[in-house]
Design a protein around this ligand. Structure first.
Ligand SMILES: Cc1ncc(COP(=O)(O)O)c(C=O)c1O
Length: 387
């Protein structure tokens, strides 16, 4: 069967509206680092390597040095359990092509980063959604501060899918677009479920490292389960979307070999300059992430301080990780119309919920990782109050 390449709603929406946008309130990224900053983080030796870099094809698997560095994040795995790609997007495309066949049943989390559902579907799988729930709501705590609801993974619902068989379970924590995260007990139940179904467990972990409380970082799925595949990337936790280095980590080397075969028809190998940049970023990851965490926490405070003034216009659900949230627009306001008018009137782009497959349509992705967030947010709040 021929694969139909999905035309993602998110990309279509961005392509149609980018030109009109002067600021973005839905970016799933941190403020990008500059080349100059990366040079400042590099050691003398790394700088000498950079200047003498031979601009040849890289190793098709990615350099052993970089794969070893990455494998240190995966207990029990080594360089040969890691395969590099030109971005996480290519990695997930190759992973699904290597593990999904027509007629398979794939259970996937929603709301979702669209390719996580669309690619298995394009490969002929039957895709069944498992949908995050909303729990809690506005209430006042002892400290007088408002506590907000959050998103929860409905682990009890997994069992409903066992009958009839599951070939692959697709999860994404920390989650885009909601910023939800799971705890260790839920992660263990997910792994047990995959084990009992003998299913592949594809875990999109590109936001790993951006847990708002560092203690909530989970072990990667690839370290926990023989048929677990972890998707990782240097982009999201570091503000390096333009450094196209993503990877798959997996105990099963056969599946990595199949993914590599597919990659030979795509990028072939990572860019050698990107490998250097990714190496410097990963060696300085702790420092880089600590600075971002500070910014994210300030931005969340800013949001939470405006929520009560917005009343029913914004139903805020607190994120636990990453740099995005997925609030609901209330008071009978249509999010699609709001997005359109906000762009026309204030040049601010928000991405409506229909770009993220789920039941939750009247929501939008709120990105709070960029440096100009305070100004854009203030502008947005002002607009929503007058809307
Ligand atoms: C959950 C998730 N997975 C994968 C990707 C792809 O990452 P990249 O754009 O770096 O290839 C993204 C990008 O937004 C994402 O949000």
């Amino acid at each position: 069967m021929s694969v139909q390449f999905p035309d993602y709603l998110l990309n279509q929406y961005q392509a149609a509206n980018n030109a009109a946008a002067t600021s973005r309130l839905s970016a799933a990224s941190l403020e990008p680092l500059t080349l100059q900053m990366m040079m400042e983080y590099a050691t003398e030796e790394e700088l000498a390597q950079w200047h003498g870099l031979s601009l040849q094809y890289a190793d098709e698997r990615g350099s052993v040095e970089l794969r070893s560095l990455i494998s240190s994040q995966y207990p029990g795995l080594e360089a040969d359990n890691i395969l590099l790609f030109s971005g996480a997007t290519e990695a997930l495309f190759c992973a699904f092509n290597a593990t999904v066949t027509a007629g398979n049943t794939v259970v996937a989390i929603t709301p979702a980063y669209e390719p996580l559902l669309a690619i298995p579907k394009a490969l002929g799988a039957q895709v069944k959604a498992i949908t995050l729930h909303k729990s809690g709501g506005p209430l006042t705590t002892d400290s007088g501060r408002e506590a907000h609801g959050s998103w929860q993974f409905p682990v009890d619902e997994l069992q409903n899918h066992l009958q009839g068989g599951v070939d692959q379970l697709v999860i994404n924590f920390p989650h885009n677009p909601s910023g939800a995260h799971i705890n260790k007990a839920t992660q263990s139940s997910i792994v047990e479920f995959a084990l009992s179904a003998n299913a592949w467990l594809f875990s999109d972990e590109v936001f790993r490292g951006l847990e708002h409380d560092a203690q909530h970082q989970l072990p990667p799925i690839a370290s926990l389960y023989a048929r677990g595949i972890s998707l990782g990337s240097v982009a999201k936790p570091h503000g390096l979307g333009g450094v196209r280095i993503g990877w798959l980590a997996c105990q099963n080397k056969e599946v990595l070999q199949r993914a590599l075969t597919i990659k030979r028809s795509l990028s072939i190998c990572p860019a050698i300059t990107d490998e250097w940049l990714a190496t410097v970023a990963l060696r300085n990851s702790k420092k880089l992430i600590a600075a971002s965490q500070l910014l994210l926490s300030k931005h969340i405070d800013l949001i939470e301080n405006s929520v009560s003034a917005l009343g029913g216009r914004l139903n805020w659900l607190s994120p636990q990780a990453g740099c995005v949230a997925f609030p609901e627009i209330g008071d009978s306001i249509d999010v699609g119309q709001l997005a359109e008018k906000l762009l026309t009137d204030r040049g601010i782009m928000i991405i409506p919920g229909n770009c993220f497959p789920s039941l939750y349509q009247n929501h939008f992705r709120l990105g709070y990782g960029l440096k100009n967030f305070p100004d854009v947010w203030t502008n947005f709040v002002d607009y929503l109050l007058r809307y």
